[in-house]
Design a protein. Sequence first.
Length: 292
Amino acid sequence: MLTMKSEAKGLIANGVSFCAGCGLELAARIILDVLGPNTVMVIPPGCAALLSGFGNETVTKIPGFQGNLENTAAYAAGIKAGFEMQGRGDIQVLGLAGDGATVDIGLQSLSGALERGDKILYICYDNEAYMNTGIQSSGSTPLSAWTTTTPGGKPVYRKDMVGIVAAHKIPYVATASVGYVDDFRKKVEKAKAATAVGPAYLHVHIPCPTGWGNKPAQSIEVAKLAVQSLCWPLYEIINGEEYKLTVPVAKPKPVADYLKLQKRFAGMNAQRTEELQAAVEKEHAHLMKKML
Ligand SMILES: Cc1ncc(C[n+]2csc(CCOP(=O)(O)OP(=O)(O)O)c2C)c(N)n1
Ligand code: SF4
Ligand SMILES: [Mg+2]
């Protein structure tokens, strides 16, 4: 294969058209760097579809398939079954889907694959809304966040998607963040290994400057603050029962520090910020009771 000097070394070429400061681009580069070329990727509509490219051009140097919003996991499971029939079960099949495609619209398909024990790796990149179609609220949009469909701030709590997946008792589940790359890479490696036995699921938090209203240069700072303020705890769950915190936060920062870098929380007053702080602490305390 002829390689241009300017070409990216990884499995995603230069020139991909994500917005400046997009956490998804970094996440996708990390994921494919760890998984390697023996991978086939299924992507539903959403921002990750940019990896498929336009027309007859693509930035992704592995085989891939863009399906529907409803059934990423079903497509991935079918492709994996086909490879296994051909004696090529070593090929990693990755479903890379947004929060809307995972938490809401593709949930039924994902649940079926997890129940069946299909040996696929499913990664949800969570930008906390339907971004590609204009920032609509999803089941993963956090309490009080502005979106075009929650102009006064989201009035209800997000779904506990990681808890829903863990309830299927699959071999490996973890949260991750592009703000903690070493932790993220290790989890992709563990998830890859777990698919020798059954399904693996990662839920990675990715800042989206376009939808969150943070400065593109501050995306990594925002991702780190989500973890340090306990809004996005980093942990893993083995076989649905062994919980392990992978990035302990000794001195949590106020949730307000995380919110103030993002315009989507600009409409919050002091009372709502306090309510959110209390809700985050309560949820975190509940999670800590499950840790080993
Ligand atoms: C059943 C169905 N409903 C709506 C759409 C339109 N649509 C395409 S991409 C998208 C947004 C998906 O959001 P998410 O999965 O969170 O990915 P993101 O755009 O945030 O990357 C929507 C609603 C669709 N393709 N299929
Ligand atoms: S809208 Fe958000 S997730 Fe989509 S490409 Fe832009 S920054 Fe990335
Ligand atoms: Mg989304």
